[in-house]
Design a protein around this ligand. Structure first.
Ligand code: G3P
Ligand code: CA
Length: 238
């Protein structure tokens, strides 16, 4: 079972920042998951929420700032003062950094476009990814938005896609067939549901967010491809 760092090594470093990605990589994770939103001037930036309030010293929506403005906010001090100075990274920045890393991993890019429907986000993402085609890392694009995954599939059927699912969600099989998903990423509640049982027989499953070692042990008994965790150190210690 593979271990992916959820928002980077976000249990011990500020989520979705360069230091969280670097430390996860150094620890030896098999993959890194991150979240992408879009600025007013169309830059893909790595941040979980639509607003910057929770994880920076600023207030407002990502969509209302240009990237130059967004860059001025601190994205580390909220977690601990020793991380003051971390910035909201661009997706390009993360990909450039990953380009320099020799050990290949999975980069799971979650398109955060189900609350705000960012215009052209899928096109922009694909254009960006084409410039990293020669690297050894595997990219998987995920989203809670089926519409967005369908669009990605129309634009490029070869891009690896994962549908994000939670709780007692139904009709997942129909959805994943419609855009030829490679994986489903789900929580524990979905995994143990009837629908979850059916889905796991058809497609690779990754489970989020697994922070407790006992849950990890439970998942090892099941046929799960990967777990996403905020604390990859806890799972590696086993
Ligand atoms: O990709 C799995 C997981 O990250 C989805 O939930 O809210 O942590 O982005 P969230
Ligand atoms: Ca995510």
């Amino acid at each position: 079972m593979y271990i992916y760092a959820h928002r980077g090594f976000s249990g011990e470093y500020p989520e979705n920042t360069m230091i969280a990605f670097q430390r996860a990589y150094e620890l030896g994770v098999d993959g890194i998951e991150l979240d992408v939103q879009m600025t007013k001037d169309g830059e893909l930036v790595v941040i979980h929420d639509e607003r910057i309030d929770r994880t920076t010293d600023g207030i407002g929506y990502v969509k209302d700032f240009s990237y130059r403005q967004l860059r001025l906010f601190d994205a580390g001090g909220w977690f601990h003062t020793r991380f003051t100075g971390e910035r909201i990274p661009t997706l390009v920045e993360v990909c450039d950094w990953l380009s320099d890393q020799k050990r290949s991993i999975v980069l799971n890019i979650e398109l955060k476009n189900s609350i705000i429907r960012y215009h052209n986000m899928e096109e922009k993402l694909l254009t960006l990814l084409y410039s990293y085609r020669s690297w050894p890392h595997q990219v998987v694009c995920s989203s809670f938005s089926v519409q967005s995954l369908c669009l990605l599939h129309q634009l490029d059927p070869n891009v690896d896609k994962a549908m994000l699912v939670e709780g007692s969600q139904r009709h997942v099989l129909n959805a994943i067939r419609s855009f030829h998903a490679q994986e489903v990423h789900c929580d524990w509640n979905f995994l143990i549901s009837q629908e979850g049982e059916k889905v796991s027989q058809e497609i690779d499953i990754c489970v989020y967010t697994v922070n407790e070692p006992f849950l990890f042990t439970e998942l090892m008994k099941r046929d799960v491809k990967a777990v996403m965790t905020d604390f990859p150190n806890r799972l590696f210690r086993r």
